[in-house]
Write a protein that binds this ligand. Structure first.
Ligand code: NAP
Length: 295
């Protein structure tokens, strides 16, 4: 079997088209323009490129975008004051503070200072709690992107054995939580593996849907999966540079080996990555609608 490639680039394009129309209607009917502020502290090249892509996509879709680039030496108080200003700014419906922050800053204090109604990343404990009890305002972007990849590719999630490798707060735990909710596009039986799991292969071989967010190249190889599995590879690992100096990216699974056994698989790049940014845009539109009483 050679796997069908689930293209995040294509599915993200569809969702962006839908969003573009919705944004145009919000403007025409309600004079409402969703606004997103992106805050970047320091000069981490990967973060710069992520923030650049978020800004570019916002503008393409008709979202008002405010980009705030702060120097590496920005203090905790300065960053807290900026978050406070953005919390109060009616043009801004979503606030995204790009992580990781420089070491001297206390990330959790900053993230928890964001008004949960403007927390379009879905990282605030209020939004994490709402997700847990099945009443989310905002779904976190990468997990929501993964769920949409599965739903829009026609993968049967209800009743499936889903195995998630990785238990981070931004990918592993929330995607597991989302897929176990009793609702369409979920209702799966979910297992989470991590470095403390005794026999990872025992679990991954049972998976109908395998989601890997370990941050390790080849954390999952072909001998660890069953025929017909659907694989979502979340990993982004920089393993070198091309002759032109561009980063070479690989995922967390052995793509070449697994694609011969899987029924469907996401590539890296072009899989989960484009979906994450798209879901941020979707959350920003939702935040604007919530603020205007339209959602
Ligand atoms: P993270 O915070 O480093 O968490 C990695 C998780 O994987 C941890 O729970 C760790 O277990 C587990 N793990 C690591 N190696 C393992 C192994 N060999 N077997 C089983 N479990 C293992 O990473 P993250 O933030 O979730 O990100 C994961 C990957 O996804 C990274 O490559 C990241 O760049 C990528 N990512 C991509 C996007 C996107 O938009 N495409 C978004 C977010 C993240 P312990 O808890 O026991 O340490």
């Amino acid at each position: 079997m050679t796997a069908k490639i689930i293209s995040g680039t294509e599915i993200a394009k569809q969702i962006r088209e839908e969003l573009k129309q919705e944004i145009a209607q919000l403007k025409a009917k309600h004079n409402l323009v969703p606004g997103l502020a992106t805050v970047l502290v320091g000069e981490n090249p990967a973060s710069q490129s992520y923030v650049g892509a978020k800004e570019k996509t916002s503008i393409e879709l008709g979202i008002y975008s405010e980009r705030l680039d702060l120097p590496e030496k920005t203090s905790q108080d300065e960053l807290m004051a900026l978050v406070d200003r953005l919390n109060k700014d009616p043009k801004i419906h979503g606030i995204l503070v790009q992580l990781p922050l420089p070491k001297h800053l206390v990330e959790t204090e900053i993230l928890y200072a964001i008004n949960p109604k403007k927390d379009v990343d879905g990282f605030h404990p209020v939004n994490v709690g709402r997700l847990m009890i099945g009443e989310p305002d905002y779904l976190p972007c990468t997990p929501h992107g993964i769920q949409q990849l599965l739903v829009r590719s026609g993968v049967q999630i209800e009743g499936a054995e889903v195995v998630v490798v990785g238990r981070s707060n931004i990918v592993g735990k929330p995607i597991a939580n989302m897929l176990l909710q009793k609702r369409p596009g979920a209702n799966a039986t979910v297992t989470i593996c991590h470095t403390g799991t005794r026999d990872i292969s025992f679990h991954t071989r049972r998976a109908d849907i395998l989601i890997v967010a370990a941050g390790r190249p080849k954390a999952v190889t072909a001998d660890m999966v069953k025929e017909g599995v659907v694989v979502i590879d979340v990993g982004v690992n920089r393993v070198g540079k091309t002759a032109e100096g561009k980063a070479i990216l690989v995922g967390d699974v052995d793509f070449e080996g697994i694609k011969e056994k899987a029924s469907a698989i996401t590539p890296v790049p072009g899989g989960v990555g484009p979906m994450t940014i798209t879901m941020l845009m979707l959350n920003t539109v939702k935040a604007a609608k919530l603020a205007a009483g339209l959602a």
